[in-house]
Design a protein around this ligand. Structure first.
Ligand code: UDX
Ligand code: UDX
Length: 444
C-alpha cells in the first residue's frame, strides 16, 4: 500500500521504516527539513537499534521523506498522524495533532477517491472522533465514513527496542469508525503473523487501550517503588528479592501449553529512581487531566505520579546517610537518557536529581554514552564527561541513574582508579559487595 506518515519522530520514523521494510511504499513527512534530509540520505536522526539498517535498505526505494504534506497525502492511500502530543498544564496539548488533521483535510479537499486517515499519536480517548474528525471535515468539506476512513492505531513501541517491537508485535489494536476503515487497516498489517492478536474496535476504545497500557506500567513501577521504600525502612529485606518473588506468581507468568515460561527479570516491577520518557509521565498526567475534566478524581494514578516525583528524594536520602552536606562534594551522575539504548532525554529522572544536587551545592559531572544534551538548562554548570572513567575520576559520590550496560563495569574501573566513592545505585544493577560504600534503592 502507499502510506504517508505525518511526523517523523521516535514513533513516526520507526513506523515508516518498518512499514517500508514489510513492502509498503512510505512517504515520511516532517516540518523539520533537517530530519527530512537525513532520512533521504539514509541517516537516522535518532539513536534507535536497527533503524540505520532499515534506512539503508529502504531509503530512496520504498521510503522517502518530504516537508510537503499535501503532496504526500495526495499520493497515498492511508495517512498516519504521528506528531508529538506534549503535556501542558497537566493536560495533553493536541495542537500539533489538530494542525496536522486540518492540513490533511486541506490536502484531501480536491483529492479524488477514498482515503484513510489514522491517528498513531497517543491521544486522550475521544480525540479521534472529536478533534481530529471535525478538523478534517471542516478543512476538507468531506464526511468521515463516506469520503474518507478514520482510524486510531496506537503504537506499543519501547524506545531502544522499537524496531523489534514493531516487527514482532504483542498485539495490533485497530480502531476504526466503520468496516471500510477496518478493511484498510487489516490490509496494511496483512504480512504480520496470524498468531498476533488483533483487537478490532472503535477509535475511542483504541485510544483508551493505549493509555490504560501505559498507566498500568507506570502503576507497577510506582507500586514497586513504594514497596521498596517500605523494605528500606523495615530492614533485613531487599525489594529486588521481593519483586522477584512477586513476579513468579501465575498472573505474571507466560505459560505455553503446560509449560511455565518464567520471565527472567521483573519487568516493570523494578524499583528505581523513577520512570521517565516521553510516554509514561505524560500519559498518566493526561489521563488524570481527562478524569478531572469529567468530574473524576483518579486517585490511584495521582498517587502513581506523586510517588514517581519523590523518587529523586529517595536518592538524596541515601546520600544523606553518608553526607550531612553536599556542598562542594564532587558527584558523578551516570546516565542522562531516560532509559538505556536511546538518546531520548525527555522527562529523564536525571534532571530532577541534578536540580536537587545543584540546590545542595554539589560539584556535578554527568556522563551518558549517547545522550549529550549540552544545551539543556538543567545541565548549565554541570561538567559533561566524555567517558565513564573521566566522569568518576575524583568523584566522592557516584549516582547510577540509567541502566546502561556500560555502567556494570564500574567496580573494575574504580579498582583501576584506586578510588572508593559512595555508590548510589538508582537501578539496582551493581553488586553491592564490589564496592566499599554502596547504597541502593530498596535495600535495608
Ligand atoms: C510519539 C507520539 O506521537 C506521541 O503521541 C506519543 O506519546 C509518543 O510518541 P514522538 O515520536 O516521540 O511522539 O515525538 P517526537 O519525537 O517529538 O516527533 C514528532 C515529530 O513530528 C517531530 O519530528 C516534529 O518535527 C514533527 N511534527 C510536529 C510535524 O511534522 N508537524 C507538526 O505539526 C508537529
Ligand atoms: C513505554 C512502554 O513500555 C511502551 O509500551 C509504550 O509504547 C511507550 O511507553 P518507553 O517509555 O520507551 O516505553 O520505555 P519503558 O521501558 O516503558 O521505560 C519507561 C521508564 O520506566 C524508564 O525511565 C525506565 O527506566 C523506567 N522503568 C521501567 C522502571 O523504573 N522500572 C521498571 O520496572 C521498568
Amino acid at each position: 500500500m502507499k502510506v504517508s506518515i505525518i511526523g517523523t519522530g521516535y514513533v513516526g520514523l520507526v513506523t515508516g521504516a518498518c512499514l517500508a521494510e514489510v513492502g509498503h511504499e512510505v512517504i515520511c513527512v516532517d516540518v523539520d527539513p533537517r530530519k527530512v534530509d537525513m532520512i533521504n540520505s539514509a541517516e537516522a536522526p535518532i539513536h534507535e537499534r536497527g533503524l540505520p539498517e532499515l534506512l539503508k535498505r529502504n531509503s530512496g526505494r520504498r521510503l522517502s521523506a518530504t516537508t510537503n504534506l499535501a503532496a504526500a497525502v495526495a499520493d497515498t492511500e492511508i495517512t498516519f498522524i504521528a506528531v508529538g502530543t506534549p503535556a501542558a498544564n497537566g493536560k495533553i496539548d493536541l495542537k500539533y495533532v489538530e494542525a496536522a488533521a486540518a492540513e490533511i483535510g486541506r490536502a484531501i479537499r480536491d483529492k479524488a477517491g477514498y482515503t484513510t486517515i489514522v491517528v498513531k499519536s497517543t491521544v486522550v480517548p475521544g480525540t479521534t472522533i472529536g478533534v481530529v474528525q471535525s478538523a478534517i471535515e471542516r478543512a476538507s468539506g468531506k464526511t468521515a465514513g463516506v469520503d474518507f476512513g478514520l482510524g486510531m492505531n496506537p503504537e506499543f513501541l519501547t524506545e531502544g527496542t522499537a524496531v523489534a517491537d514493531f516487527t514482532f508485535p504483542d498485539r495490533l489494536v485497530l480502531g476504526g469508525i466503520d468496516a471500510r476503515t477496518h478493511d484498510v487497516l487489516r490490509d496494511l498489517y496483512q504480512s504480520f503473523d496470524d498468531s498476533v492478536p488483533r483487537i478490532e474496535t472503535n477509535p475511542t476504545t483504541a485510544e483508551m487501550i493505549k493509555y490504560a497500557s501505559n498507566a498500568v506500567l507506570a502503576t507497577m513501577i510506582s507500586f514497586s517503588n513504594e514497596i521498596a521504600r517500605l523494605c528500606s525502612a523495615v530492614g533485613g529485606v531487599d525489594a529486588i528479592d521481593v519483586m522477584r518473588g512477586v513476579h513468579q506468581a501465575g498472573y505474571f507468568t507466560i505459560r505455553h501449553g503446560g509449560e511455565r515460561l518464567t520471565a527472567p527479570i521483573c519487568s516493570f516491577l523494578e524499583p528505581g529512581c523513577g520512570f521517565g520518557g516521553s510516554c509514561l509521565p505524560k500519559d498518566v498526567t493526561a489521563l488524570v487531566g481527562q478524569g478531572r475534566e469529567n468530574g473524576l478524581s483518579l486517585d490511584l494514578l495521582q498517587s502513581v505520579l506523586r510517588i514517581n516525583g519523590a523518587q529523586p528524594d529517595e536518592m538524596m536520602r541515601l546520600m544523606g546517610l553518608h553526607y550531612q552536606s553536599l556542598r562542594d562534594v564532587p558527584v558523578a551522575v551516570l546516565g542522562i537518557a531516560f532509559k538505556p539504548d536511546t538518546d531520548d532525554i525527555r522527562e529523564s529522572p536525571a534532571f530532577p536529581l541534578i536540580r536537587r544536587l545543584k540546590e545542595q551545592g554539589a560539584t556535578l559531572t554527568a556522563y551518558d554514552p549517547i545522550a549529550r544534551p549540552s544545551e539543556h538548562p538543567d545541565l548549565a554548570g554541570v561538567r559533561l564527561a566524555d567517558t565513564l572513567r573521566e566522569a568518576v575520576a575524583g568523584a566522592k559520590i557516584v549516582l547510577l541513574v540509567t541502566r546502561w550496560s556500560e555502567f556494570s563495569a564500574l567496580d573494575g574501573l574504580l579498582g583501576e582508579l584506586g578510588t572508593q566513592p559512595l555508590v548510589v545505585d538508582g537501578r539496582r544493577v551493581l553488586d553491592p559487595s564490589s564496592f566499599a560504600q554502596y547504597e541502593g534503592i530498596g535495600r535495608a
